[in-house]
Design a protein around this ligand. Sequence first.
Ligand SMILES: [Zn+2]
Length: 65
Amino acid sequence: MSVAGKLALLKRTKCCAGKLRHPSEGKAQAHLRALARIDDRPMDVYRCRFCGHWHVGHAKYLKVD
Ligand SMILES: [Zn+2]
């Protein structure tokens, strides 16, 4: 495997590890609203470029990519 391939695999693992995958933005938004009731930290939904599904994450992490 190439170095670039290994890096992509690491990023994918970091991105998706421990995260729920949602098939649509609507599903992710519904999950986000459910979470907001117990945790008011700023979070948002985003489409993952590695797995193609939607994840819920803290807003501060969205600025990195
Ligand atoms: Zn992902």
